[in-house]
Write a protein that binds this ligand. Structure first.
Ligand SMILES: Nc1ncnc2c1ncn2[C@@H]1O[C@H](COP(=O)(O)OP(=O)(O)OP(=O)(O)O)[C@@H](O)[C@H]1O
Ligand SMILES: [Zn+2]
Ligand SMILES: [Zn+2]
Length: 803
């Protein structure tokens, strides 16, 4: 019987977005399964592919065989493969892109080709030296030699085998261990048989008899017993011990001890929130919950107790946390409660470390994963709960193909596993809260803080007023005074500088000239450490100039407030304050982020100064003051969500103050004190903000009243970009109903990146059954041009970045 494998090849293109049939060589019958990767011939090339089906017939008259195996067990579960199909239809990506998105980067790394001698004796003498007394040689080493013909022949004769090795397999760390193969009785018997003169062997036997050790590191064993390897070899020959390589995981939390934490007894509100979740867990039903709990209301404790219930059922849990909040504090909480059952996945880990964490999940060695966005694809097969903390965070949306939102994946997986999905936040997105109001999601409210003190009081300071009264500093008088009081009382403060949508750019005070990137339509950012101007989009750099290139004025200097500058001023104003600065510069080294927070937690500093990095998830008992230096920088970004983002951020930052016994205070400095998102964040009034913002969204036809789709076209030539975008817009106009609003073609807010012009068209719609088909047609139509002329057409259904 001949068996065939349907394979999705690694060529992300329309024409190849389907399975191709390959013959399975007899030696792999019964071995190849869906979810495994193989190398297959494709035209003149060898490429990677995913097996999606194994069958005993094909309609293809002439199939070629699979060349080699990459995996020896499936790396995608049947559920994930099904999910990939859904993802393809839902985001209009290619199946292969969906598969790739589900795997850790290490598995996508380059692989190495090896020639392996299946029979070293059969290798001719002139080739022997290449093998350096092993049975393998790198293909590249041989490829350039005159022996190529011989090699080819040897491959045909099966003396040599080609083997593709994924690079990271080499970086997998192993240790040599000795494993006991027999019972204690057998050990005693061996002691009788083995000559007394073989003292080392007796030492070994005694060791295993006395210590109950089943398995031990070889090196440790040799050192411990002070014996040579020959004794071990002798016992291996007798079948008493077995020598083998065992994987060691590079556990990033290896040297840390976690004090075991016990479940706290829940408050009334926590109790009320957890009951419906536990109900859904017990009943094995899928339900989506919105846990709307103010900052410091104890959401994490509810998550952990729900996870605990799931583990007791023998099931697994996925907990998503935004990258930025994946702080040691959050990780510690889960590690302390669930110990070695937890895998942690975030971008701070090296590729190898991430791979190790993924493998623990894949091998079912852990039951809980706490991770950033991509952890939603954890290859668990028995999921009992999915939790998304800080569900409003935009980092849950992937801005690259496949352009998915982790929330949607969570809901899809929740339906598959018939388990609850919990979306937690003090400031849910309007989309989520609107669904909760309609009863699509179940709303769980926790409006009380754990601490007696309740929500911190917020003072909004008008910085224009400060300036009018002669204060030119970046600190208002009120904030400075309050900082001083904290220093006197030995309490701590957090100072937050909103960097997003804001940068330190260089501008001429006389003519207004701003230094821009020559390749992207965006201003260059000033970097003090290197005294260079840098482009954040393409990496272009140039030295800082002292005069304006446009008018020669010397009033040419940089604007914007960097954390460094704040720190300098702070040390001038409060020379005795101990300040910890947290920004990209001070946290780029591995582990430094964590070290700084630890120092602050140990009260080795009075003030923690930082950017977005410190806005979330921090829970320090002695923080009684939070200062927001510039509350409104984000309000000026051209994005319909800017008010929502400002409200969320202000609420989250304020939430760091007064979380325990001591009462908290917040000072918000702003140039737009009358803006409703600043005002309502000041009174902790989410519901009013929600109402107000909903009216505005309705008026301007934005989500959640309308859906959005964004088509972006990029190319080196402006005329090409404009014509193509125009054609696409016209086409969509014809295909869609009159209710759809099509905006465009217009230049994208960032009109050029890396010398490529960017145009876009935005579609606002309520119900457009034709939309997906129409967009697919658009991609198909431009596929050839996309391949040949490097034209790019990106489609984002439900975009979060309109830039
Ligand atoms: N039932 C409880 N009894 C006593 N303390 C609790 C209880 N639940 C939570 N806490 C404590 O209350 C504090 C605040 O809780 P937590 O950090 O979970 O709040 P949160 O809702 O996640 O806040 P945020 O949204 O700001 O991150 C923590 O120190 C936590 O240990
Ligand atoms: Zn000038
Ligand atoms: Zn640039």
């Amino acid at each position: 019987m001949t068996y065939y494998a349907s394979v999705i090849v690694d060529v992300p293109a329309k024409q190849t977005d389907r399975a191709f049939d390959y013959e399975i060589p007899a030696k792999w019958h019964g071995f190849i399964q869906p979810g495994m990767r193989v190398n297959v011939p494709f035209g003149p090339r060898q490429i990677q592919g995913f097996v999606v089906e194994v069958k005993d017939n094909t309609t293809i008259p002439k199939t070629r065989p699979i060349t080699s195996l990459i995996d020896i067990q499936p790396i995608l579960t049947p559920e994930l493969m099904r999910l990939a199909d859904w993802l393809r239809d839902y985001t209009l990506c290619f199946t292969i892109s969906a598969y790739q998105a589900m795997l850790p980067a290490a598995l996508k790394a380059k692989y190495e080709k090896w020639l392996i001698a299946t029979d070293l004796g059969g290798v001719p003498a002139e080739l022997q030296p290449f093998f350096h007394a092993s049975n393998r040689v790198k293909f590249e080493e041989m490829a350039g030699t005159s022996h190529f013909k011989t090699i080819k022949q040897l491959i045909e004769e099966d003396v040599l085998e080609v083997y593709y090795e994924v690079k990271d397999k080499l970086s997998k760390k192993t240790r040599r261990v000795m494993e006991l193969q027999v019972s204690k009785e057998a050990l005693l018997k061996a002691k009788e048989k083995i000559s007394a003169r073989a003292a080392a062997q007796h030492k070994l036997l005694d060791f295993f008899l006395e210590t109950n050790t089943e398995k031990i590191d070889k090196k440790t064993l040799l050192e411990e017993l002070q014996i040579g390897t020959s004794a071990i070899g002798a016992l291996v020959k007798l079948g008493i011990l077995k020598e083998k390589d065992e994987e060691i995981y590079r556990d990033p939390y290896e040297n840390r001890e976690f004090k075991k934490s016990q479940a706290l007894s829940l408050t009334q509100q926590q109790q009320e929130a957890i009951i419906p979740i536990l109900h859904s867990i017990e009943q094995h039903t899928h339900e989506a919950f919105v846990m709307f709990g103010v900052t410091g209301s104890g959401k994490t404790e509810v998550y952990m107790q729900a996870v605990d219930a799931v583990l007791k059922q023998g099931k697994e849990a996925i907990v998503l946390v935004p990258e930025i909040a994946l702080t040691p504090q959050m990780v510690n909480r889960f590690k302390s409660r669930f110990g070695s059952d937890v895998a942690v996945m975030h971008s701070g880990l090296g590729m190898g470390e991430k791979y190790d964490e993924w493998r623990k999940i894949h091998r079912k060695e852990v039951k809980v994963v706490v991770g950033a966005r991509s952890a939603i694809f954890a290859p668990f097969e028995n999921v009992g709960i999915i939790i998304i903390d800080e569900e409003h965070e935009t980092s849950y949306k992937q801005e690259d193909t496949p352009r998915y939102h982790a929330r949607d994946i969570a809901l899809e997986r929740g339906r598959y596993h018939q388990c609850p999905v919990v979306l937690g936040s003090a400031t849910p997105t309007l989309e989520t809260f609107a669904r909760a109001s309609k009863g699509v999601y179940k709303l769980l409210t926790m409006d009380k803080r754990m601490s007696e003190q309740g929500m911190p009081s917020v003072e909004i300071v008008d910085m224009r007023e400060e300036l009018r009264e002669g204060n030119r500093s970046m600190f208002s008088r009120s904030l400075l005074e309050k900082l001083q009081t904290r220093l006197e009382r030995g309490e701590q403060s957090v100072l937050f500088l909103n960097k997003r949508g804001y940068s330190s750019f260089v501008m001429c005070r006389d003519c207004g000239y701003v230094v821009e990137c020559p390749h992207c339509d965006i201003s260059l950012t000033y970097h003090r450490s290197s005294n260079q101007m840098k482009c954040h989009y393409c990496g272009y750099e140039e030295p800082v100039r002292s005069t304006c290139p446009s008018c020669d004025s010397e009033h040419f200097r940089f604007f914007g407030t960097g954390t460094q500058k704040v720190e300098e001023e702070l040390t001038k104003l409060l020379p005795h304050a101990r300040v910890i600065r947290m920004d990209v510069d001070t946290t780029s080294r591995k582990g430094s982020h964590e070290k700084l927070l630890q120092q602050f937690g140990d009260r080795k500093a009075d003030i923690l100064l930082g950017t977005q990095m410190i806005a979330k998830g921090l829970d320090f008992p002695y923080v009684t003051l939070v200062g927001v230096l510039t509350a409104d920088t984000m309000l000026n970004v051209p994005d319909f969500r800017s008010s929502e983002k400002t409200f969320q951020l202000l609420t989250q930052v304020s939430g760091r103050a007064g979380r325990h016994e001591l009462a908290g205070e917040v000072v918000v400095q702003t140039y737009s004190p009358e803006h409703y998102s600043v005002e309502l964040a000041g009174t902790h009034n989410y519901l009013d903000f929600y109402q107000k913002e909903m009216q505005i969204r309705k008026l301007h036809q934005y989500p959640p009243f309308y859906f959005l789709a964004l088509v972006t076209v990029t190319h080196q030539e402006l005329t090409k970009v404009v014509t193509v975008t125009e054609k696409i817009t016209n086409f969509l106009n014809m295909q869609l109903s009159d209710e759809a609003v099509i905006l465009g073609p217009v230049a994208s807010p960032i009109a050029r990146i890396k010398d490529r012009y960017r145009y876009q068209c935005i579609i606002k719609y309520k119900r457009e059954p034709n939309l997906h088909e129409a967009l697919k047609t658009v991609i198909e139509k431009y596929q050839t041009q996309m391949d040949q002329e490097k034209l790019a057409v990106h489609i984002d259904l439900n975009p979060y970045m309109l830039m």
